[in-house]
Design a protein around this ligand. Structure first.
Ligand code: T4K
Length: 410
């Protein structure tokens, strides 16, 4: 049985006059709230069966059979020899940072979820923020080299929204400076570039399997790598540093994935193709419905990459649309669609980094531009083409009446 508790509610109603907009006191167009991060939940019977088996076995955590099976399957999809499952993507990042011996400074984009920077800082490493490229929202390789100092120990690029970084240029910089690349691939599970799986770049990559992700284990993450020594030490560090029943060989932590999370993860893996096809359908529908709206553009994925289409992101050009991103965000949210401004305000504008580098915004112009323009729209199994059409219709209506809306708001 497939779980579709996310079955579509009543058809959202269209707005005819601006007085009907919910920010002006009208009825919300969506009676049932739409969430950007609604977990993809299906395959309930298989999930329940795995949980029953787990209960029968009396094995709930500590490298159990479900975690081992999950790790094998993750490694197979990632195209790596090893996958080390963890209790979250953030913990996976922290373990990888420590396992790779990163210290002093690491270069990463500011345009990412705060966990990328926090994981470094938590491990005693100072994040050094580089700007993003014009091509996509990923780190610009040209901005990396000028930031490299004798204190730089690594590069931590992020495959933002599942778009693949310029891995070739980044590898070349890392080779020239003899430093490792650790990829934050939290958004990029299942993504390939030129037929090569996303796990195959850099010394290691980290996935997030948080509930809101394309593939999820309710909470969880993994580090994938081809480095046998690194994998062995990460496995030990994930389990308090144990290298045997009572032999502790390093500082470790409890970063283990529990069996119930692996049960979710294995079930989610079985549904991956289905989720991908629904995400792709939603993405195509958004592209179709948003075409021609002045000032609204959407991210495009390179034809040679296989994406997971987990994030549908639009950019709002306030001048052309007549409305800025924040007004549109307020307007849509009031109608019952909880769109998100990922990744506003950027790490460099969040504490503690904001206070550490006042004035840094000046050297991150593309990041500064992106944080004021992007909006993530809902996708996944919980959203239907009818809802997408209604949401895009709302955006079209708002842009068409931008002058009146602005006048009424201010
Ligand atoms: N690196 C990058 C680049 C990342 O994006 C992330 C996480 C990480 C590292 C760290 O990985 P983890 O340690 O998280 O595994 C969410 C997620 O919590 C986070 O995993 C994700 N990135 C980030 C981009 O988004 P929030 O604070 O926006 O989530 P929240 O709780 O506000 O949920 C978003 C929407 O989804 C809401 O409308 C509610 C809805 N929702 C959420 C959950 C959890 C549901 O409907 N059901 C649910 O169970 O961070």
């Amino acid at each position: 049985m497939n779980l579709h508790s996310q079955a579509p509610a009543a058809v959202p109603h269209a707005k005819k006059n601006i007085a009907d907009l919910a920010i002006f006191g009208g009825e919300p167009a969506f009676r049932e709230t739409l969430h950007v991060g609604r977990p993809n939940l299906s395959g309930r019977a298989r999930l329940m069966s795995r949980i029953e088996t787990m209960l029968d076995s009396h094995w709930l955590t500590n490298d159990g059979p479900l975690v081992r099976e999950f790790e094998q399957q993750i490694a197979a999809v990632a195209g790596t020899r090893h996958a080390i499952a963890t209790c979250s993507g953030t913990t996976a990042l922290q373990l990888a940072i420590r396992g790779l011996g990163l210290r002093d400074e690491v270069i990463l984009p500011s345009f990412t979820f705060i966990a990328s920077a926090h994981a470094l800082y938590w491990e005693g490493v100072t994040p050094v923020f580089a700007d993003i490229s014009e091509r996509d929202y990923c780190i610009d390789p040209a901005q990396i080299e000028p930031l490299i100092t004798p204190n730089t120990s690594a590069i931590l690029p992020v495959h933002v929204y599942g778009q693949v970084c310029d891995v070739g240029a980044i590898a070349e910089i890392a080779r020239r400076h003899d430093m490792p690349v650790l990829y934050d691939a939290a958004h990029a599970f299942g993504v390939t570039q030129g037929g090569k799986s996303i796990g195959g770049f850099g010394r290691a990559s980290v996935f997030s399997f948080h509930a809101t992700k394309f593939l999820h284990s309710s909470e969880g993450g993994a580090i994938v790598t081809d480095d046998d020594r690194l994998a062995k030490s990460l496995r030990s560090m994930r389990n308090f540093g144990f290298a045997g029943e009572d032999n502790v060989t390093s500082i470790g932590i409890n970063g283990k994935m529990p069996e119930i999370a692996a049960a979710f993860g294995l079930t989610s893996l079985e549904e991956m193709d289905h989720v991908l096809s629904v995400n792709r359908r939603n993405y195509d529908e958004y592209c179709r419905q948003l075409t021609g709206i002045p000032g609204i553009s959407g991210i495009r994925f390179a034809a040679e990459d296989k994406s997971n289409y987990q994030y549908v992101v639009i950019e709002i050009d306030a001048e052309a649309a007549g409305l800025d991103r924040d007004t549109l965000h307020r307007l849509i949210s009031a109608e019952g669609v909880l769109v998100r401004r990922y990744f506003y305000p950027g790490c460099h504008r969040s504490e503690p980094y904001k206070s550490m580098s006042p004035g840094i915004a000046k050297r991150l112009p593309r990041t500064e531009r992106a944080i004021t323009r992007v909006l993530s729209l809902p996708t996944g199994l919980a959203i239907t083409p009818v809802q997408i059409a209604a949401l895009c219709g709302l955006i079209r209506f708002a842009v068409a009446h931008a002058d009146e809306i602005r006048a009424r708001i201010t």
